[in-house]
Design a protein around this ligand. Structure first.
Ligand code: CA
Ligand code: CA
Length: 240
């Protein structure tokens, strides 16, 4: 998940609430969040979990009417993921991979498992104002999260706990960010060390050259000295 998106989500729900978190819409015993972002089915499930909720489960006609009605009033999204799939077994649709569907409202002709690759439940605007369709799970789509409404008497305590929990998540994200910065800093130090090492090797190499020069210089002096000796010998020979 992207940190920016998470922060936006956290700001949304960190505000104190009675019944439903800010941004969630209440219907009977549940609260629903109609996402403002799009993601794959699996990522959408992850976002909902992070908001201490789950992809919406539609149990009856009343809930279906509320959700489809609200989506139609919003009129913003082309489609929404709900929390059902037939990923485990083709044609066997389950809520959250476990619960059988007692109520359905498929668009006529759906689910059709088009192309053999449609395994996730979406509501689609151009199918009778958000009737149900099976669609490709990896496609980015809006989604709907659902969580149980918190009874008013418990809500303050629950709010405080949720706030603390979200606060801890934010701190963890900050800590990860700090670790990443530290890693970058260590990396920079290692690069600097390598650079210094290269300089030392260059210095050693220059030192080697100087020693070689001194040796050559010594050889030249020795040659000059031999030359002097030869001249002296020639001079002595001349005298003889
Ligand atoms: Ca399917
Ligand atoms: Ca389909």
């Amino acid at each position: 998940m992207h940190v920016e998106v998470l922060s936006a989500l956290l700001c949304l729900v960190a505000t104190a609430y009675a019944g439903c978190p800010l941004g969630f819409h209440q219907n009977r015993r549940s609260c629903y969040w109609f996402s403002t972002i799009r993601s794959s089915f699996a990522e959408a499930a992850g976002y909902c979990r992070y908001l201490e909720s789950h992809l919406a489960i539609i149990s009856n006609k009343d809930e279906d009417s509320f959700i489809r009605g609200y989506a139609t009033r919003l009129g913003e999204a082309f489609n929404y993921w709900l929390g059902a799939s037939d990923l485990n077994m083709e044609g066997r649709w389950l809520w959250e991979g476990q619960r059988r569907m007692n109520y359905t409202n498929w668009n006529p002709g759906q689910p059709d498992n088009a192309g053999g690759i449609e395994h996730c439940l979406e509501l689609r605007r151009d199918l009778g104002n958000y009737l149900w369709n099976d669609y490709q799970c990896q496609k980015p789509s809006h989604f709907i999260c659902e969580k149980e409404r918190i009874p008013y008497t418990n809500s303050l305590h629950a709010n405080l706990q949720q706030r603390d929990s979200l606060h801890a998540n934010l701190q963890q994200m900050d800590s990860l960010h700090a670790n990443l910065q530290q890693r970058d800093s260590l990396h920079a130090n290692l690069q600097q060390r390598d650079s210094l090492h290269a300089n030392l090797q260059q210095r050693d190499s220059l030192h080697g050259n100087l020693q070689q020069r001194d040796i050559l210089h010594g050889n030249l002096q020795q040659r000059d000295s031999l030359h002097g000796n030869l001249q002296q010998r020639d001079s002595l020979h001349g005298n003889l």
